[in-house]
Structure formats: C-alpha cells, structure tokens
Design a protein around this ligand. Structure first.
Ligand code: SAH
Length: 196
C-alpha cells in the first residue's frame, strides 16, 4: 500500500494540547482496550510486580488496571490536563514533583507511589531518567507519532527495555490515502524494519 500521502504529515504538540482542551479525544477508551485484556498474559509472561511503560499515555484507564494488580506504571504525556483528568477520574490522590533533568517537566505521582506520569515530551526522556521497563503497552503511541519521528521514537523505546521485556503494540489497518491520520497507518513491514 502507498503510505506516501502520510509521510510528510506533522501534528504539532500545540495541536494535541488543543484536542485535549476542546475535549476532542475520540481516541480515549473509557472501558479500556479489549486487546490488553486479551494479551495481558503475553505481556506479563508469568511475572509479577513489573515496571510497565505507557508512552504517549493520555488518560488511559489501563494504567489503573495494571497498578491495581501490583505493577508499577510509568507514563509520559505532553498534556497536563490529560494526566490530571486521569487521577481525578479514578479518585487517586497524587503529588507533583519537579524533574530536575528536564526543564519545564513535572512528574505527577500517585500518593500510593505505583503510578508516575511525566508531563513532558517523550523525546525529553531517557533510561537514565526513567529507568528500564519489563513491559510496554503501546496503543495510540507509535501510530500517533509523526511519521518523520518514527525511527527516533522506536530507537528510544528500545533503550528503555530490559532484556526480557515484552512489548504489546496496537496498530490500525486502513487505506492511508483515505484518511490523513493520526492514527497513522504503519505497515507490518515497516514495524519489522523499525524494531529490527
Ligand atoms: N495512548 C493513549 C493516548 C493516545 S493519543 C490512549 O490509548 O488513550 C496520543 C497522545 O499522545 C495524546 O494524548 C497526545 O497529547 C500525546 N502526545 C503527542 N505527542 C507527544 C509527545 N511528543 N510526547 C508525549 N506525549 C505526546
């Protein structure tokens, strides 16, 4: 399929923030994603108490699911409103902390300590700041990244993974000539070459 029509499309951070402000967030799933339920065992692979990363997390309710069953969750999202909505909608108390390594960033951490959400761009993060992860839930993340930033995004994700980590990736399949995205169409062959 010809994905040429999407390759130069750029969605700015400002446009994402506007979406949150306008409540234009059709991507958010109040009931969570059925594919995480379906493949949770694959993600966990018999392990408990994992560190799980949610790139471009929005206010994904799956973060609460995983924290509730004993995992520790780290997310990153540029919209502070999304992160505050997340804690408010689940009645979770949290505190705000500066992130000394990243100017302008902050971390919203649940008082119970098992959910830490960074308010900054994912490109500001590195494993020296957030550590490495046993699992990744990538839904609405790789497919939301601007096509020109895909390789940079994936290279960063690889540096954030522990040796035996599992990565669940949700993509969307459609004719990229009919919609401009996001979500963008990322063909399977490209996923293979991006992740190697
Ligand atoms: N994964 C979430 C949200 C998907 S929409 C879910 O499943 O519901 C993509 C999200 O990425 C938006 O909330 C947007 O604000 C955020 N975003 C876009 N660019 C970003 C960046 N560079 N760093 C961090 N978050 C970003």
């Amino acid at each position: 399929t010809d994905v040429g029509s999407q390759k130069d499309r750029v969605m700015s951070e400002e446009e994402w923030l506007q979406k949150w402000e306008m409540g234009n967030i059709g991507f958010h799933k109040d009931q969570g994603h059925p594919l995480l339920q379906k493949y949770l065992d694959v993600l966990l692979n018999g392990r408990s108490g994992l560190r799980i990363f949610f790139p471009l997390c929005g206010k994904a309710v799956e973060m609460k699911w995983l924290a509730d069953v004993g995992h520790s969750v780290v997310g990153v999202e540029i919209s502070e409103q999304a992160l505050k909505d997340f804690f408010a909608e689940h009645s979770l108390p949290y505190c705000e902390e500066p992130v000394p390594e990243i100017s302008g960033a902050k971390k919203l951490r649940s008082t119970s300590g098992n959910i830490s959400l960074y308010c900054c761009s994912i490109y500001d993060l590195s494993s020296s700041i957030i550590g490495k992860f046993d699992g990744v839930w990538d839904r609405g993340a790789l497919v939301a990244v601007n096509p020109c930033d895909r390789q940079r995004y994936v290279s960063l994700m690889i540096t954030l993974m522990e040796k035996n980590s599992s990565y669940l990736l949700v993509t969307v399949s459609y004719d990229p000539n009919k919609h401009k995205g996001p979500p963008f169409y990322v063909p399977e062959s490209e996923i293979k070459s991006l992740f190697g």
